[in-house]
Design a protein around this ligand. Structure first.
Ligand code: SF4
Ligand code: MG
Length: 323
């Protein structure tokens, strides 16, 4: 089956100078139709940069390397306007703050009608009706009232529902959700996660869900890709990775979310230290300064990412071919 999205050795640099440090390095992953991929990392891990690269939202001066294919089509083979058209028609994003995807001075209804500008076959009235129907589908029973309101008149949870409705109006092949529940309370977060799960079931496509919360990954995702300091340190099916994580960083993240593992760890609830900057990476394993299992080799030699099980990969000397 052709992947909806495939990344092969993708790198991202924010400085056009080829000598500048890559913020994201050598990321390879695939998402197939019907799958939800959790892209996990702390702040500074590069997860939002990757999402921006996929959605075509990197700043103009940024440079990418490697290959991104969408439904088997190499994005680099398309000119900029063809890329924009493809992304506009097939990729929808939901941001952490729905204010960034909604215009504050335009009523909800008019925005949802304008989101459908590409549906030239539909009259304005039909677009309005479709928008109202979509609001009902995301759980807003008073759709006609909501459509007459401005974004600031809505609570955070309702704004996020409106943003999801707007994304689904595109009928996307790929839905990218960048920490869409981080700003919400726990009950609203549960509702939004259920909604994204339901949306995925109806979509003929895939979801990339960006988060730092392993609990959300466990509840929502089929596959997980864990980024650390711009590199993929572990990836694989959620069940397998959560049952037996192969990278110490994944283990530490799961220890921060005790409900995520069968036996809650006695480790401290946070990982000491911080993610290194791309320009200041340690010489060996990028996680070595924070790793509680680091060996002498870890401080000298960077581990390669290797296969560690069906559909699984990890970059660690303890689990690699040398282990
Ligand atoms: Fe820890 Fe060494 Fe594995 Fe890096 S390679 S994660 S330092 S054990
Ligand atoms: Mg982010």
């Amino acid at each position: 089956m052709t992947a909806v999205l495939s990344l092969k050795e993708v790198g991202i640099r924010y400085d056009p100078d080829p000598a500048a440090a890559l913020a994201v390095r050598n990321v390879t992953l695939e998402v197939h139709p019907g799958e939800t991929l959790g892209l996990v990392g702390e702040s500074g891990s590069g997860k939002s940069s990757l999402a921006a690269a996929i959605a075509g939202l990197l700043p103009r001066q940024a440079a990418t390397e490697g290959r991104v294919t969408f439904d088997g089509v190499d994005m680099a083979a398309m000119d900029a306007s063809a890329q924009r058209r493809l992304r506009g028609a097939k990729i929808a994003t939901i941001a952490q703050d729905p204010f960034t995807s909604l215009n504050p001075v335009v009523r909800i209804g008019r925005q949802l009608v304008e989101f459908q500008h590409w549906r030239r076959d539909l009259s304005a009235a039909a677009r309005w009706a479709r928008a109202a129907e979509m609001l009902a589908r995301v759980g807003l029973s008073d759709a006609e009232l909501r459509m007459r309101q401005y974004p600031h008149q809505l609570s955070g949870g309702i704004r996020q529902r409106v943003a999801i409705a707007a994304a689904l109006l595109v009928n996307p092949r790929l839905l990218i959700a960048d920490e869409p529940t981080t700003a919400l309370d726990a009950t609203t977060e549960d509702q939004i996660i259920d909604l994204i799960r339901a949306a995925r079931a109806e979509m003929d496509g895939a979801v990339v869900f960006i988060t730092h919360d392993m609990g959300v990954v466990r509840r929502l995702c089929d596959k997980v890709a864990i980024l650390y300091a711009g590199e993929l340190v572990e990836a694989g099916p959620v069940d397998a990775v959560f049952a037996a994580p192969r990278h110490p960083y994944t283990r530490a993240l799961l220890a921060c979310d005790p409900a995520g593992i069968a036996e809650p760890s006695r480790n401290l609830p946070t990982i000491p230290g911080t993610v290194p900057a791309p320009s200041d990476l340690p010489p060996g394993c990028i996680f070595a300064p924070r790793c509680d299992r680091a060996l002498a080799i870890c401080h000298r030699t960077r581990p390669q990412r290797t296969e560690v099980g069906p559909g699984r990969a990890a970059a660690c000397h303890l689990t690699g071919a040398a282990a």
